[in-house]
Design a protein around this ligand. Sequence first.
Ligand code: NDP
Length: 460
Amino acid sequence: DAQINIDLRHARDVAITGNTLWSGVQHDIRVVDSSHIVLGANVLDRNPQYRENGILERLVEPERVVMFQVPWVDDEGQVHVNRGYRVQMNSAIGPYKGGLRFHPSVNLSILKFLAFEQVFKNALTTLAMGGGKGGSDFDPKGKSDNEVMRFCQSFMMELFRHIGPNTDVPAGDIGVGAREIGYLFGMYRKLANEFTGILTGKSLGWGGSLIRPEATGYGCVYFAAEMLNTRNQTLQGKVCLVSGSGNVAQFTVEKLIELGAKVVTLSDSSGYVYDEEGMNEDKLAFVKRLKNIRRGRIKEYVDKYSQAVYTEADSSLEYNPLWNHKANAAFPCATQNEINGKDAQNLVKNGVTLVAEGSNMPSTPEAIHLFLDKKILYAPGKASNAGGVAVSGLEMAQNSMRLSWPREEVDARLKIIMKSIHKSCLDAAAEYGVPGNYMVGANIAGFLKVVNAMIDQGLV
Ligand code: NDP
């Protein structure tokens, strides 16, 4: 078996297919279907020091996990209690860095796989950032601004003692946007009695970086353009399926439109819209207002643009119809496990030859397998969505210098970083005998940087 597949799906087991089965009962990174890392077997054979130093066992165990209660009062005076978490996964190459997610599905298991992925993603960015992830099972949907503020304040009342500009610097993720970052930062500033860059994704007027809101989506499209370039193609005229309608989806669409692609879908957890004419700047501006200001549902798109068709989400189907339209490229930008094996078959059948992940682990292992088998240009999220955390790293650098760089400078740095991640993936894949395999390349390149730092620093 040519591959070492650290498969984190099975409860309490971390299985290495190959010549060892490694069962780590204490490692309960688990449950989420697509949570796995694949390395070429010869990574460990070429580097015996990794086994000797127990690197795999150490990598899958978070350095620290903080779990806490978050009590808050709603507008009617009712008390609620949610669970808060911060998983501090690995700090061998820099302070823990990774988003906070507020969504009812959040649990420790999901945050562990996200934190695990984040470690390698951050290593790929070329910047000095370790990996972490956190959040709560709180659902901001349908809550008033005051309720969200009280929740964020209560969340920070505990989290503030575990983070710091040189320790752990959280950012946004699903359900945590500019509004939530503002409330979280305000409470930190009050509690710590200091103004430091302990969160990224801040607003421009108080320490934020230009291009941070755009960075994940733009970066994902830059990465896709790099991949197409290896086949002498561009995004011009390509029909693209995009899922989600939040931060990542909006700026993926913005950059795709700018580069001449035709985006025909957007979604939220209730359903998706298909606009055969394609989206333009006006339609996107409508979606931004709808989602970021009015906080409405994507189905309102068809009230405004009547040629578009809305389809309600149907959990009894074994596939998502969003991925079943004629297209050239797919950009999943909503959440994990949103493309299963059947969806992948539909994508391939409909002519898709490029899949660039904006969200984290949207493709299940069955889907990835098919993409690789069919020689689809497939970019794993840890490479293609790393632009967000990369610009977060640039925000930290600007905060340390108390300077702000102009838009063009940050965008230029983002492009350079995405190009460099693309190259690192291809170089590692070629070096380890799987040329063109971005998934294995991203895993190996991220893995080597982190584990070499761990070995240099001894058993701590
Ligand atoms: P947002 O909260 O801004 O948007 C999330 C979008 O996905 C919404 O449209 C939401 O719909 C939809 N969605 C969320 N959960 C589900 C679900 N279970 N089923 C169907 N749709 C769902 O989040 P972001 O855009 O920031 O994040 C999207 C993805 O990108 C996540 O996987 C995140 O981890 C990843 N990512 C984000 C980065 C960033 O910089 N923000 C950086 C790197 C990765 P609804 O409103 O109905 O819930």
